[in-house]
Design a protein around this ligand. Structure first.
Ligand code: AHR
Length: 505
C-alpha cells in the first residue's frame, strides 16, 4: 500500500511566472500523435467496420469515430503495431478482400485477423484525417526484402514492380509516407534481441528502405523501454548515423506481473501514486536525452516517445488479451501532466504517440457493436490542448504545494504549460491535481499584451468519474469563468481536480 502525505500545510495558493518573450521553441504538433494497433477492437469495431456494416460508415470507416478524430487534428498515426507489427506480413493485407489470408493474432488473445484492414485502408484513413502515417515495419519475423518492397509499394511512382502491383489494387498515385519504424520493442516482443545485434540489423534494414521519387523516409530505430539506458547507449553508439529518430516506450503502469489495478476503482493513494509514476517520465526522458546528447550534441537524432499512457487491468467481462480499459479523470490528469512535461523537451523530443486511439489502453474513444461511441476524459484533454500544437513554448516557473507520494516521488499540486500561437494568442493550461483544495493561482507573464481572458475547464464530481455508453457526458469540457486579468496579472481559481485552458488575447 502506498501512502500519500501532504508535506506542507493546507496552503491553497500558487504562483506562476514567465516571460512571453522567452518563447522560442516550437511544440511540434507530433507531440499529439496517436497509435492504432491490430489489437482487440482498436481497428476492427473501433476505426473500421467495413462497407457492409449496419453501423453508419464512410467507405468502411465508422463515421462517428472519423468525425470525432477530425476534431482532434491528429498529426500522426502509428500502425499496425506494437507487437503486432513484428508478425504482420503486409502482402496479406492487399488485393481483393476475399483473397486475403487470415492469421492468428498471437500477441493479443489469439484472435483471428482477416486482414481486411491493410495498407490501402490505413493510408487512405490518414489522408481522410490529414495526418502523417507512421508505418511500423516487421523486423522480428520479416525480412529485409519484405520491408523494402512495402516501402516501394507505398511510395514509388515509377514503373516499378511494387508500384504496378499497387496500381493493380486500385491506387494509381503513390502515398506520401514519412515515418518508418524499423521494428518495435526489438528487445522484447519484436524479436528478443540484444542491443548490439539489433543495432547491426537496424543498419542493414535502413540501407534497403529507399527514398522513391520525392518521398523522403524518416527512419526510426526501435528504442528502449523505460529505464533501459544501455539500449539507448548502444543504439546511439552503433547506428545513429542511419536514423532520424530513436523511439522510447514509457507506460504509467504498476508493473508487468500480476494486477495493474482497476481503471475505475481506486483509492486516493492509488490516484496520487499514478500521477507520481506518470511524472517520472521527465526523469526518464532526461536520462535518455543525456545519452543522446553525449553521442549527438547537435541534436540531429530525435527522440520519439511512440508509446505512452496508462495501463490498467482489462475491464471485467471483456476478452482477455484485448486490453480494453475505461478512462477516468485520473487518466485525464496523466495526459495533461505528460503534455506539460513533453512541451519542455521538444528540442530533442519531437513526437509522442499515446497508446492507443480507440478501445485499447488509454484511448480517446470507446465504441461498441451497437453503434455507440464515447469520448473519454483523455480525448477531452487532447481537445483542450490542441491550441499548443505548433505553438511556441513559454517556459514557466511554478511555485506551489507539493506532496510526497508512494515510492517517494514528489508531486506538485499544480502542473502547467504555456505557449504563444502564430497569431500571438497566449494559452495557459493548468492542472490542479489536488482532490480537495481549490487553488488560487497568481500568474505573471512579462510582456503579455493581452486584454481579455477566456477559458475552458474539464472536471467532474469524483476523480473516478468516467463516460459510459449509458452516460456519455459525465466528464465534458465546459466554459470556465474563474480567471481575471488585471494590469497583466492573471488571478485564477482552479477548482480541485480540474484541468483548465485559458486563452489570452
Ligand atoms: O500498446 C500495447 C503494447 O505495448 C504494444 O503492442 C507493445 O509495443 C507494448 O508492449
Amino acid at each position: 500500500m502506498v501512502l500519500a502525505s501532504l508535506s506542507l500545510s493546507a496552503q491553497k495558493s500558487a504562483t506562476i511566472k514567465g516571460n512571453v518573450n522567452d518563447a522560442n521553441q516550437i511544440i511540434p504538433k507530433e507531440i499529439y500523435g496517436q497509435f492504432a494497433e491490430h489489437l482487440g477492437t482498436c481497428i476492427y469495431g473501433g476505426l473500421w467496420v467495413g462497407e457492409n456494416s449496419g453501423i453508419p460508415n464512410t467507405n468502411g470507416y465508422r463515421t462517428d469515430v472519423l468525425n470525432a478524430l477530425k476534431d482532434l487534428k491528429i498529426p500522426v498515426l502509428r500502425w499496425p503495431g506494437g507487437c503486432f507489427a513484428d508478425e504482420y506480413h503486409w502482402m496479406d493485407g492487399i488485393g481483393p478482400k476475399e483473397n486475403r489470408p487470415k492469421m492468428v493474432n498471437n500477441n493479443w488473445g489469439g484472435t483471428i485477423e482477416d486482414n481486411s484492414f491493410g495498407t490501402h485502408e490505413f493510408l487512405n484513413l490518414c489522408e481522410i484525417l490529414e495526418c502523417e502515417p507512421y508505418i511500423s515495419g516487421n523486423v522480428g519475423s520479416g525480412t529485409v526484402e519484405e520491408l523494402a518492397k512495402w516501402v516501394e509499394y507505398m511510395t514509388s511512382d515509377g514503373d516499378s514492380p511494387m508500384a504496378n502491383l499497387r496500381r493493380k489494387n486500385g491506387r494509381d498515385k503513390a502515398w506520401k509516407v514519412k515515418y518508418l519504424g524499423v521494428g518495435n520493442e526489438s528487445w522484447g516482443c519484436g524479436g528478443d534481441m540484444r542491443p548490439e545485434y539489433y543495432a547491426d540489423l537496424y543498419r542493414r534494414y535502413a540501407i534497403y528502405c529507399r527514398n522513391y521519387d520525392d518521398n523522403r523516409l524518416y527512419k526510426i530505430a526501435s528504442g528502449a523501454s523505460d529505464y533501459d539506458y544501455n539500449w539507448t547507449e548502444i543504439l546511439m553508439d552503433r547506428a545513429q548515423n542511419h536514423m532520424q529518430g530513436l523511439s522510447l516506450h514509457y507506460y504509467t503502469v504498476k508493473g508487468w506481473d500480476g494486477s495493474k489495478g482497476s481503471a475505475t476503482q481506486f483509492n486516493t493513494d492509488d490516484y496520487y501514486w499514478t500521477l507520481g509514476k506518470c511524472r517520472e517520465v521527465e526523469d526518464v526522458l532526461k536520462k535518455h536525452m543525456a545519452i543522446m546528447d553525449k553521442h549527438d550534441p547537435q541534436k540531429r537524432v530525435n527522440l520519439l516517445l511512440d508509446e505512452w499512457g496508462t495501463w490498467w487491468d482489462e475491464e471485467p467481462g471483456t476478452i482477455s488479451g484485448h486490453l480494453y480499459q475505461q478512462n477516468t479523470m485520473r487518466d485525464a490528469f496523466v495526459a495533461s501532466l505528460s503534455f506539460d512535461i513533453f512541451h519542455k523537451y521538444t528540442e530533442r523530443l519531437t513526437m509522442a504517440n499515446i497508446a492507443q486511439i480507440a478501445n485499447v489502453l488509454q484511448s480517446m474513444i470507446l465504441t461498441n457493436d451497437k453503434g455507440q461511441m464515447v469520448l473519454t476524459p483523455t480525448y477531452h484533454v487532447f481537445k483542450l490542448y490542441i491550441v499548443h500544437q505548433d505553438a511556441t513554448h513559454i517556459p514557466l516557473d511554478i511555485q506551489c504545494d507539493e506532496m510526497t507520494v508512494g515510492d517517494n516521488r514528489t508531486l506538485p499540486m499544480i502542473s502547467a504549460t504555456a505557449s504563444k500561437d502564430k497569431n500571438g494568442v497566449v494559452h495557459i493550461s493548468l492542472s490542479n491535481v489536488d482532490l480537495t483544495n481549490d487553488q488560487d493561482i497568481t500568474i505573471n507573464l512579462s510582456d503579455l499584451k493581452a486584454k481579455n481572458v477566456t477559458g475552458e475547464i474539464l472536471t467532474s464530481g469524483n476523480i473516478d468519474d468516467y463516460n459510459s455508453f449509458e452516460n456519455p457526458n459525465v466528464v465534458n469540457i465546459k466554459e470556465f469563468k474563474g480567471a481575471k486579468l488585471n494590469k497583466g496579472t492573471l488571478q485564477v481559481k482552479v477548482p480541485a481536480k480540474s484541468i483548465v485552458t485559458l486563452s489570452l488575447h
